[in-house]
Write a protein that binds this ligand. Structure first.
Ligand code: TA6
Length: 317
Protein backbone atom coordinates (compact mmCIF):
# COMPACT_ATOMS: atom_id res chain seq x y z
CA UNK A 1 0.00 0.00 0.00
CA UNK A 2 1.49 3.35 -1.04
CA UNK A 3 2.35 5.80 1.62
CA UNK A 4 0.39 8.98 1.24
CA UNK A 5 2.99 11.66 1.36
CA UNK A 6 1.98 14.18 3.95
CA UNK A 7 2.49 17.43 2.13
CA UNK A 8 2.82 20.08 4.76
CA UNK A 9 1.13 23.13 3.30
CA UNK A 10 2.65 25.96 5.26
CA UNK A 11 -0.27 28.18 4.43
CA UNK A 12 -2.70 25.72 6.05
CA UNK A 13 -0.75 26.14 9.26
CA UNK A 14 -1.26 29.89 9.42
CA UNK A 15 -4.08 31.82 11.03
CA UNK A 16 -4.35 35.61 10.97
CA UNK A 17 -6.00 37.14 14.00
CA UNK A 18 -5.90 40.57 15.65
CA UNK A 19 -3.63 41.39 18.58
CA UNK A 20 -4.61 43.45 21.64
CA UNK A 21 -4.43 46.68 19.60
CA UNK A 22 -6.34 45.31 16.62
CA UNK A 23 -3.11 44.88 14.65
CA UNK A 24 -2.84 41.72 12.54
CA UNK A 25 -1.14 38.87 14.32
CA UNK A 26 -0.07 35.69 12.56
CA UNK A 27 -0.39 32.37 14.40
CA UNK A 28 1.95 29.63 13.16
CA UNK A 29 1.25 26.03 14.12
CA UNK A 30 3.03 22.75 13.49
CA UNK A 31 1.41 19.29 13.22
CA UNK A 32 2.35 18.43 16.84
CA UNK A 33 0.70 21.33 18.63
CA UNK A 34 3.57 23.78 18.89
CA UNK A 35 2.78 27.40 17.99
CA UNK A 36 4.21 30.89 17.58
CA UNK A 37 2.55 34.31 17.30
CA UNK A 38 4.00 37.15 15.22
CA UNK A 39 2.52 40.64 15.45
CA UNK A 40 2.73 42.94 12.44
CA UNK A 41 3.52 45.56 15.06
CA UNK A 42 7.28 45.50 15.00
CA UNK A 43 7.42 42.03 13.43
CA UNK A 44 7.59 41.00 17.08
CA UNK A 45 7.23 37.36 18.09
CA UNK A 46 4.95 37.60 21.13
CA UNK A 47 4.65 33.90 21.90
CA UNK A 48 6.43 30.58 21.23
CA UNK A 49 4.84 27.50 22.76
CA UNK A 50 6.05 23.91 22.76
CA UNK A 51 3.92 20.84 21.96
CA UNK A 52 2.67 20.81 25.54
CA UNK A 53 1.47 24.40 25.15
CA UNK A 54 4.19 25.70 27.49
CA UNK A 55 5.24 29.32 26.82
CA UNK A 56 8.99 29.53 26.15
CA UNK A 57 9.34 33.31 25.86
CA UNK A 58 9.05 35.86 28.66
CA UNK A 59 6.44 38.63 28.60
CA UNK A 60 6.15 40.98 31.54
CA UNK A 61 2.86 40.93 33.43
CA UNK A 62 3.22 44.74 33.37
CA UNK A 63 3.89 44.94 29.63
CA UNK A 64 2.33 47.98 27.98
CA UNK A 65 0.51 46.91 24.85
CA UNK A 66 0.33 50.34 23.25
CA UNK A 67 2.01 51.35 19.99
CA UNK A 68 4.48 52.62 19.11
CA UNK A 69 6.42 51.12 22.05
CA UNK A 70 7.32 47.44 21.77
CA UNK A 71 5.69 45.14 24.31
CA UNK A 72 8.20 44.15 27.03
CA UNK A 73 9.09 40.62 26.06
CA UNK A 74 8.97 38.15 23.18
CA UNK A 75 11.54 38.58 20.41
CA UNK A 76 11.98 42.09 19.03
CA UNK A 77 13.69 43.19 15.82
CA UNK A 78 16.24 45.86 16.71
CA UNK A 79 17.13 47.74 13.48
CA UNK A 80 18.84 49.93 12.17
CA UNK A 81 20.45 50.51 15.56
CA UNK A 82 21.02 48.49 18.73
CA UNK A 83 21.34 50.57 21.89
CA UNK A 84 20.83 54.31 22.24
CA UNK A 85 24.20 55.51 21.02
CA UNK A 86 22.88 56.78 17.68
CA UNK A 87 20.43 59.44 16.55
CA UNK A 88 17.42 57.15 16.54
CA UNK A 89 15.22 55.91 19.39
CA UNK A 90 16.64 53.12 21.55
CA UNK A 91 17.11 49.96 19.47
CA UNK A 92 15.97 51.70 16.26
CA UNK A 93 12.52 52.14 14.74
CA UNK A 94 11.80 48.69 13.21
CA UNK A 95 10.24 47.25 16.39
CA UNK A 96 7.89 50.25 16.61
CA UNK A 97 6.60 50.15 13.04
CA UNK A 98 3.71 48.26 11.44
CA UNK A 99 5.13 45.67 9.04
CA UNK A 100 3.31 44.23 6.02
CA UNK A 101 2.83 40.62 4.97
CA UNK A 102 5.08 39.99 1.97
CA UNK A 103 3.07 37.89 -0.47
CA UNK A 104 5.80 37.65 -3.04
CA UNK A 105 9.17 37.25 -1.34
CA UNK A 106 12.26 36.50 -3.43
CA UNK A 107 12.92 32.74 -3.08
CA UNK A 108 15.04 31.34 -0.28
CA UNK A 109 16.67 27.90 -0.13
CA UNK A 110 14.06 25.07 -0.17
CA UNK A 111 15.31 24.05 3.30
CA UNK A 112 13.97 27.35 4.50
CA UNK A 113 10.40 26.30 3.84
CA UNK A 114 10.25 22.46 3.77
CA UNK A 115 8.03 21.19 6.57
CA UNK A 116 7.82 24.60 8.19
CA UNK A 117 4.90 26.92 8.75
CA UNK A 118 6.22 30.41 8.09
CA UNK A 119 5.23 33.98 7.39
CA UNK A 120 7.12 36.53 5.32
CA UNK A 121 6.97 40.13 6.52
CA UNK A 122 8.33 43.29 4.92
CA UNK A 123 9.34 46.70 6.23
CA UNK A 124 10.14 49.65 3.98
CA UNK A 125 10.84 53.23 5.08
CA UNK A 126 7.96 55.69 4.96
CA UNK A 127 8.53 59.27 3.80
CA UNK A 128 8.56 60.19 7.50
CA UNK A 129 11.17 57.53 8.28
CA UNK A 130 13.42 58.81 5.49
CA UNK A 131 13.58 62.19 7.25
CA UNK A 132 15.23 60.54 10.25
CA UNK A 133 17.16 57.77 8.49
CA UNK A 134 17.58 58.74 4.81
CA UNK A 135 18.34 55.28 3.41
CA UNK A 136 16.15 53.31 0.99
CA UNK A 137 16.08 49.74 2.30
CA UNK A 138 13.84 46.71 2.11
CA UNK A 139 13.77 44.49 5.21
CA UNK A 140 12.33 41.02 4.63
CA UNK A 141 11.72 38.90 7.70
CA UNK A 142 10.76 35.23 7.57
CA UNK A 143 9.59 33.73 10.86
CA UNK A 144 9.16 29.94 10.80
CA UNK A 145 8.03 27.21 13.15
CA UNK A 146 9.58 23.88 12.21
CA UNK A 147 8.00 20.42 12.45
CA UNK A 148 10.20 19.93 15.55
CA UNK A 149 8.83 23.11 17.13
CA UNK A 150 12.02 25.16 16.59
CA UNK A 151 11.59 28.89 15.98
CA UNK A 152 13.69 30.31 13.15
CA UNK A 153 14.25 33.83 11.81
CA UNK A 154 15.76 34.98 8.53
CA UNK A 155 16.32 38.72 8.18
CA UNK A 156 17.29 40.06 4.78
CA UNK A 157 18.15 43.77 4.53
CA UNK A 158 18.75 45.13 1.03
CA UNK A 159 20.06 48.55 0.01
CA UNK A 160 17.63 49.59 -2.72
CA UNK A 161 20.13 51.47 -4.82
CA UNK A 162 20.45 54.44 -2.54
CA UNK A 163 23.83 55.53 -1.19
CA UNK A 164 25.75 53.07 1.04
CA UNK A 165 24.41 52.79 4.59
CA UNK A 166 25.45 51.09 7.82
CA UNK A 167 23.33 49.59 10.61
CA UNK A 168 23.55 47.46 13.73
CA UNK A 169 21.07 44.70 14.51
CA UNK A 170 19.80 42.34 17.20
CA UNK A 171 17.10 39.73 17.70
CA UNK A 172 16.22 41.02 21.20
CA UNK A 173 15.10 37.71 22.73
CA UNK A 174 13.42 37.44 26.15
CA UNK A 175 13.79 33.80 27.22
CA UNK A 176 11.56 32.45 30.00
CA UNK A 177 13.63 30.78 32.74
CA UNK A 178 12.64 29.15 36.03
CA UNK A 179 15.14 30.93 38.31
CA UNK A 180 17.92 33.19 37.00
CA UNK A 181 20.21 32.09 39.83
CA UNK A 182 20.03 28.54 38.43
CA UNK A 183 20.77 29.46 34.81
CA UNK A 184 24.09 29.36 32.97
CA UNK A 185 25.19 30.20 29.45
CA UNK A 186 27.76 28.03 27.68
CA UNK A 187 29.67 29.07 24.57
CA UNK A 188 30.82 32.54 25.64
CA UNK A 189 33.79 31.48 27.76
CA UNK A 190 37.06 33.39 27.16
CA UNK A 191 35.37 35.90 24.80
CA UNK A 192 35.87 39.65 25.03
CA UNK A 193 32.77 41.67 25.84
CA UNK A 194 31.69 45.30 25.97
CA UNK A 195 30.11 46.12 29.32
CA UNK A 196 27.10 48.40 29.00
CA UNK A 197 27.36 49.00 32.75
CA UNK A 198 30.81 50.53 32.26
CA UNK A 199 30.31 52.75 29.17
CA UNK A 200 30.89 49.76 26.90
CA UNK A 201 34.45 49.28 28.23
CA UNK A 202 36.05 46.07 26.90
CA UNK A 203 36.73 43.11 29.21
CA UNK A 204 37.57 39.43 28.77
CA UNK A 205 35.26 36.74 30.12
CA UNK A 206 37.14 34.63 32.66
CA UNK A 207 34.27 32.40 33.74
CA UNK A 208 33.79 28.75 32.88
CA UNK A 209 30.15 29.54 32.06
CA UNK A 210 28.14 32.74 32.53
CA UNK A 211 26.09 32.67 35.73
CA UNK A 212 24.02 35.44 37.31
CA UNK A 213 24.27 37.11 40.71
CA UNK A 214 23.65 40.76 39.71
CA UNK A 215 22.72 42.98 36.77
CA UNK A 216 24.43 41.89 33.55
CA UNK A 217 24.36 43.96 30.36
CA UNK A 218 27.11 42.83 27.99
CA UNK A 219 27.85 42.47 24.29
CA UNK A 220 30.01 39.36 23.77
CA UNK A 221 32.15 39.72 20.64
CA UNK A 222 33.09 37.26 17.95
CA UNK A 223 30.91 34.54 19.48
CA UNK A 224 30.53 31.00 18.09
CA UNK A 225 27.57 29.99 15.93
CA UNK A 226 25.99 28.04 18.80
CA UNK A 227 25.20 29.15 22.36
CA UNK A 228 23.41 27.14 25.06
CA UNK A 229 21.28 28.59 27.88
CA UNK A 230 20.77 25.92 30.54
CA UNK A 231 17.77 26.15 32.88
CA UNK A 232 18.72 23.87 35.76
CA UNK A 233 15.34 23.65 37.45
CA UNK A 234 13.46 22.76 34.27
CA UNK A 235 16.32 20.51 33.10
CA UNK A 236 16.01 22.13 29.68
CA UNK A 237 18.38 24.04 27.45
CA UNK A 238 17.73 26.73 24.87
CA UNK A 239 20.08 26.13 21.94
CA UNK A 240 20.69 29.31 19.94
CA UNK A 241 22.23 28.89 16.48
CA UNK A 242 23.06 31.95 14.40
CA UNK A 243 24.62 33.06 11.13
CA UNK A 244 25.65 36.57 10.14
CA UNK A 245 25.41 37.61 13.80
CA UNK A 246 28.91 37.76 15.32
CA UNK A 247 27.87 39.13 18.72
CA UNK A 248 25.66 38.01 21.60
CA UNK A 249 23.95 40.49 23.93
CA UNK A 250 23.30 39.15 27.43
CA UNK A 251 20.99 41.16 29.71
CA UNK A 252 19.37 40.66 33.05
CA UNK A 253 18.26 43.87 34.81
CA UNK A 254 18.39 42.36 38.33
CA UNK A 255 16.55 43.93 41.26
CA UNK A 256 17.35 47.67 41.19
CA UNK A 257 16.84 48.19 37.42
CA UNK A 258 13.70 46.02 37.47
CA UNK A 259 12.16 48.43 39.98
CA UNK A 260 12.99 51.36 37.67
CA UNK A 261 11.08 49.97 34.67
CA UNK A 262 7.37 50.80 34.65
CA UNK A 263 6.59 47.92 32.26
CA UNK A 264 8.46 45.27 34.25
CA UNK A 265 7.61 43.58 37.57
CA UNK A 266 9.99 44.18 40.51
CA UNK A 267 10.70 40.44 40.85
CA UNK A 268 10.44 39.46 37.17
CA UNK A 269 14.20 39.53 36.63
CA UNK A 270 14.18 36.09 38.26
CA UNK A 271 12.18 34.55 35.40
CA UNK A 272 13.81 36.06 32.32
CA UNK A 273 17.09 36.38 30.47
CA UNK A 274 17.80 38.23 27.23
CA UNK A 275 20.29 36.41 24.98
CA UNK A 276 20.30 38.21 21.64
CA UNK A 277 21.97 37.12 18.41
CA UNK A 278 23.34 40.47 17.25
CA UNK A 279 25.72 42.50 15.06
CA UNK A 280 26.67 45.45 17.23
CA UNK A 281 30.47 45.91 17.58
CA UNK A 282 31.01 46.26 13.84
CA UNK A 283 28.06 47.76 12.01
CA UNK A 284 27.06 46.22 8.71
CA UNK A 285 27.58 48.37 5.61
CA UNK A 286 25.61 47.77 2.42
CA UNK A 287 26.50 49.27 -0.94
CA UNK A 288 23.63 49.94 -3.38
CA UNK A 289 22.03 46.64 -4.38
CA UNK A 290 23.79 44.62 -1.66
CA UNK A 291 21.86 42.43 0.80
CA UNK A 292 22.73 41.26 4.32
CA UNK A 293 21.23 38.10 5.84
CA UNK A 294 21.04 37.27 9.54
CA UNK A 295 19.68 33.88 10.62
CA UNK A 296 18.66 32.74 14.09
CA UNK A 297 17.36 29.34 15.17
CA UNK A 298 16.00 28.69 18.66
CA UNK A 299 15.36 25.17 19.91
CA UNK A 300 14.75 23.68 23.33
CA UNK A 301 16.30 20.34 24.25
CA UNK A 302 16.40 18.37 27.50
CA UNK A 303 19.59 19.41 29.33
CA UNK A 304 20.60 15.74 29.55
CA UNK A 305 20.82 15.88 25.74
CA UNK A 306 23.40 18.65 26.12
CA UNK A 307 25.75 16.86 28.45
CA UNK A 308 25.39 13.50 26.68
CA UNK A 309 25.32 14.58 23.06
CA UNK A 310 27.44 17.63 22.56
CA UNK A 311 30.00 19.67 24.35
CA UNK A 312 29.17 23.33 23.76
CA UNK A 313 32.75 24.15 24.60
CA UNK A 314 33.83 22.25 21.49
CA UNK A 315 31.33 24.46 19.67
CA UNK A 316 30.39 21.79 17.23
CA UNK A 317 27.53 19.30 17.08
O1 TA6 B 1 21.59 45.33 26.40
C1 TA6 B 1 20.23 45.21 26.37
C2 TA6 B 1 19.60 46.58 26.56
O2 TA6 B 1 20.25 47.56 25.78
C3 TA6 B 1 19.61 46.98 28.03
O3 TA6 B 1 20.51 48.03 28.29
C4 TA6 B 1 18.16 47.37 28.28
O4 TA6 B 1 17.97 48.74 28.00
C5 TA6 B 1 17.45 46.46 27.29
O5 TA6 B 1 18.25 46.52 26.14
C6 TA6 B 1 16.01 46.80 27.06
O6 TA6 B 1 15.89 47.87 26.20
P1 TA6 B 1 14.38 48.41 25.92
O7 TA6 B 1 14.54 49.57 25.00
O8 TA6 B 1 13.63 47.28 25.29
O9 TA6 B 1 13.84 48.75 27.27
Amino acid sequence: MGHSAVVWDHRAAIEITKDWNGVDQVVLRNPHGASARVSLHGGQVTSWRNEQGEELLFTSTKAIFKPPKAMRGGIQICFPQFGNCGLLEQHGFARNKIWAIDDNPPPLHPNDSDGKSFIDLMLKPSEEDLKFWPHSFEFRLRVSLTADGDLTFISRVRNINGKPFSFSFAYHSYLSVSDISEVRIEGLETLDYLDNLCQRERFTEQGDAITFESEVDRIYLGSPKVIAVLDHEKKRTYVIKKEGLPDVVVWNPWEKKSKSMVDFGDEEYKQMLCVDGAAVERSITLKPGEEWMGRLELSVVPSSFCSDHFDIRRRDF
